[in-house]
Design a protein around this ligand. Sequence first.
Ligand code: PGD
Ligand code: PGD
Ligand code: 6MO
Length: 821
Amino acid sequence: MSHSKKSGPVRVSRRTFLSGTALSALGAAGLPLLTKGALAQTPADEILSGCHWGVFRARTEDGRAVEFTPWEEDPWPSPQLPGVLDSIYSPSRIKYPMVRRAWLENGPGADVAGRGTGDFVRVTWNEALELVARELVRVREETGPTSIYGGSYGWKSPGRFHNCQTLLRRLLKLNGGFTSSSGDYSTGAAQVILPYVVGSIEVYEQCTTWPNVAENTELMVFWGANPVNNSQISWQVADHGFAKMEAFRDAGGEVICIDPVRTETCDYFDGEWLAPRPQTDVAMMLGIAHTLYTEGLHDQEFLDRYTAGFDRFLPYLTGESDGVPKTAEWASAICGVPTETIEDLARRFASKRTMLALGYSTQRQHHGEQIHWMLITLASMLGQIGLPGGGYGLSYHYSSGGAPTHNSPTLPAITDTPGQPPAGGAAWLSAEGNATIPVSRFVETLLNPGKVIDFNGTKITLPEIKLAYWVGGNPFSHHQNRNEMVRAWQKLDTFIVHDFQWTATARHADIVLPATTSYERNDIEQVGDYALSHIVPMKKIIDPVFEARSDFDIFTGIAEQLGLGYEYTEGRTEMDWIRGFYEAAKLESRAKGMEMPIFDVFWDSNKPLAFPVTDEEQNFVRHASFRDDPLLNALGTASGKIEIYSTNIEKFGYDDCPPHPTWMEPIERLGGPTTTYPLHIASNHPIARLHSQLCGTELRESYAIAGREPCWMNPQDAAARGLVDGDLVRAFNDRGQILAGVMITDVIRPGVIRINEGGWYDPADPREAGSLCRYGDVNTLTVGISTSKLAQGNCGQTAMVEVEKFVGTPPEVDVFSALDG
Ligand code: PGD
Ligand code: PGD
Ligand code: 6MO
C-alpha cells in the first residue's frame, strides 16, 4: 500500500518529461492554468476539499459540517461519502487524550493482558505530551532506538503536509532513531518478486490506458480484479478515472471475470463469470499455458526476443522435469474449472487481442509470489505485451490505474528528515530507520527477538521491540491471526496511538491521542494516483472538535518537550509548508511550459487546478517502448528481458520460491490435500468501507446483518448447515472465532464465503485467549504466516473455516462506543 501509490504513478518519467519539453515550446509564459472566468463560478458558501473518496464540497452550519457533496466533475462519486462526513461526529470519535489506568498508575509494562478492556483515564494535553516524551527517551536510553517501532503502516489520510506517518518518523529520527518496516500489505509478495521478472515493482505502475483499451482490446480478463469496487478510493485524492471503462463497454468488448465472487465489475460489463477454487489460479494458468504450447498457439518469436529462461520453464510445464505435465486436465482437478473451459480460454486468449488484468488479493496468499510471475509468463506466451490493447495490466483495479496521466508537476511533501528539502514520493518504500523488518513480520518480531529470518536474498535479525507508536493505521484490523497478535502485543511495555476513531487499535493502546480528521486542518494534494489531473486545496472545513489536535501539532508538542521544537517545525506553520510545496510545483510547472496561478489565487479559487493531458499519454501502451527497442529500452532485470527463469532467485535457494513460476500447495485451501475445515473465506476489500475506516459510522447500518459484519454464502452451503438469510452465525477454526450475519446469495461460488476485511475486532473478553469476536473481524481467522522467504508478505486471503448457527443469547457488540465519555 500504499504505497508508492506511491512511487509508481507519481514519478515523472522520461516520457512525461519529454512531453513537458514539447509543451514548453508554447512560449515562456506558458499555458495559463486558471482563468478569471473559472474563479467566478465558485460557490461562496461551500468549502472545497479532497479525501481518499474524491474531491468534494462541504457545507457548514454554525461551525458544524452538515453536507459533503461530490465535486461536479467527479465521473463516479463514491457512495461512501456520507460516512466520511459522519466520521467527524460519530459516537466512536476520540475526544480527549486518554491513558490506560494500569499503565498510568504502575508504569510501562503494567498489566499488559488488560489492554483492550477499556479502563482509561482522561489526562490533559500537557500531561499526555510529557508522558510520551519521557517514555520515548526512557526506551531509547535503556534499550536503544531500535526498540522503538515506528513502521506504523496504514491508510492515513491524503495530504502532502499532514502525512502522519512521515511526521512520526520525523519525530523519532530527532529522538535518535527507530525500527521501521518495508513493503506493504497490499502487494507484499508481488512488489518483491516483480523486479526480478520485469525490472520494476510494476503493481503500482500505469497500465495501457482505458482509451487505448476501448479502441484495441477485444477480450478483457479481470482476474481477481474488481475496479468498480476498488477504484472508489485512491491513495491520494480519488479521480475515479476508472469511469473511462465505459467506452470499452460501449464498444462491446468481451469480458471474462475469473473470481470466486461474481463482482460488481462483472455485472457492469455483463461479463462471463468463471469461479475457480480460490488460491488455485497458478494451476489454472499453467493449464492454459500447457494448452497454448501443445497446440502451437504460443508466440515463440516474442519469447525468443523479449524473454529469458522459457527453455528452463518448459520442462516443468511439459512435466519432463517432475513427471507431471501441467495439462488442462491436471489444472482442472486442482482449480475445479472444467478441462474444456481451460482449453477454450487458451484458444480465445490467443485468437484475440487480449488484456489480462490481475488484482492483488491473489498474491495476498501463501506462495503469493507465483501468480504475478505466472500471469506475465502467460502474457509472454501470448506475445501481445507492448501492443495496443494487449498484454497485461496490474493496476486496472487500483486507484484508477489506466486513467491517462496528465502533464503535471511533482507536488513535494513533508519529509521525515528535518532540514532535508521536500521531495515527492512516499515514505515507506524507502525503508528508512535504524533497523527495518518486512511489514507483515511485526508480530513475528515481537514473539522472536534475535531470530534471523530470510528476506529477498538477505538475512534479517529481528530486533527486540519495547515501544510501538502507531499513527494512521489500524493493525488490530489489518494484521492476520488476531489471537497470536494479541499475545505478541503483551511483549510491549508501551503502545501509543493517534487516531480520530476508537478503533480496536486505539482500544488496545496505553496512550491514545485524539487526532483531527483532514476536515479540521488545511492541506494540499494531487487528484488521481495515475491521472495526476489536478492539484486540490484540501481546505479546513471546521475547527477541531473536542480536544483533537493535528498530528503535526501533537508531534511538535512532544518535540518541544524534548527541547527540539524548532528542529521539528523548522520555524514554519501549516500554511507556510503548504505554500512552499505549491511554489516548488509552480516552478517545475513553468519549466514544463505551464503557468500555475500564484498561491493565493489558487487557494481562494475553491477549485481544483487542472492540468492538460497529451495525446501520447491518452494513448499510452505499457511496455511499448520495450517492444519497440528491447536493447535501448531494456528492462531493469539481470538480462534486460522478461525473466521467466530467474538465476538470481535460483541463487537464494529458497524451498518456497523456486526460480520459475511454480504451483505449490498453500498451507490450506478449498479441496486441499491436507485441509480440514470446509469453507474458504474471501476476505475482500469492502464495498461500503475503506478497510476499517467508516466502520464506526452510520454506513454500517446499510450493510450489517444481525448487527454484525455480513457473511456471504452460497445457497448450497447454507442449506447444508440449515441456515437462512439473516441468521447469526459463528465462523471458527483453530485460530479463532467470530460472529457474523448470513447473507445467502448465488453471486459466490459453493465452498467459499465472503467476510470483508476491516470489521472492528470486538473480543467478548480481551483477557481470554481465543475469545469470541462479537462484531466480525475476519483476521481473527486468517493465517499469520508469510508468503515465502523471498517476500515475507502477508497471507490475508489464506483461511479455511466452518460456520454454524449461533445458539443462545447473542452478546452485544461493544466496539463502536467511545471510551472517553
Ligand atoms: P485502515 O482501516 O485504513 O486500515 O490496513 P489499514 O491499517 O490501512 O486504517 C487506517 C487508520 O488510520 C484508521 O483507523 C483511520 O481512522 C486512521 N487515520 C486516517 N487518517 C489519519 C490521520 O490523519 N491521522 C491519524 N492519526 N490517523 C488517521 C489496510 C491493510 O489491510 C491493507 S492496505 C491491505 S491491502 C490488507 N488487506 C487485507 C485483506 O485483503 N484481507 C485480510 N484478511 N486482511 C487484510 N489486511 C490489510
Ligand atoms: P480484493 O477486494 O481483496 O481487492 O485490491 P484487491 O485486488 O486486493 O480482491 C479483488 C477480487 O479478488 C475480489 O473480487 C475477490 O473475490 C477476488 N479473489 C479473492 N481471492 C481470489 C483467488 O484466489 N482467485 C481469484 N481468481 N480471485 C480471488 C485491493 C486494493 O483495493 C487495495 S490493496 C486497497 S489498500 C484499497 N482498499 C479498498 C477498500 O478497502 N475498499 C474499497 N471500496 N476499495 C478499495 N480499494 C483498494
Ligand atoms: Mo492495500
